[in-house]
Design a protein around this ligand. Structure first.
Ligand code: T3P
Length: 118
């Protein structure tokens, strides 16, 4: 179960980003192992992991749909979108910086899946 949380952090957590531009996405997507094949879309959440974890509790989250929780506060995020047709590396990404509510799934009180953001 902690394994899934670790995987979530690997894919979606970067406390102190540098850049939040296309180069940031190209580097981060590769570094976090999301480029074989090129993952279509991936969001990195900035800030503290405690604030993200709190979305799984009433402290910073509330139920959303049947399985998800939506944050009560907004997070600084960077969403990386794959550009171009081929899913084979080298992967090229377009970065979008946003300040948004996040929708995640939790398991045993820990984030395990990023769904979307508003
Ligand atoms: P994962 O479940 O591995 O975290 O929705 C399919 C995948 O795309 C899912 O991957 C989450 C990811 N995703 C983002 O990271 N950001 C987004 O804004 C959206 C829509 C999807």
């Amino acid at each position: 179960q902690d394994e899934r949380y670790r995987h979530f952090l690997d894919q979606h957590y970067d406390p102190k980003p540098h850049g939040q531009n296309d180069r940031y996405c190209n580097t981060m997507m590769r570094r976090r192992g999301l480029t074989s094949p090129c993952k279509d879309i991936n969001t990195f959440i900035h800030g503290t992991s405690d604030n993200i974890k709190a979305v799984c509790e009433d402290e910073n989250g509330k139920p959303y749909g049947t399985n998800f929780r939506i944050s009560k506060s907004r997070f600084q995020v960077t969403t990386c979108k794959h550009i171009g047709g081929s899913p084979r590396p080298p992967c090229r990404y377009r970065a979008t910086r946003e300040f948004r509510y996040i929708v995640i799934a939790c398991e045993h009180g820990l984030p395990v899946h990023f769904d979307e953001s508003f």
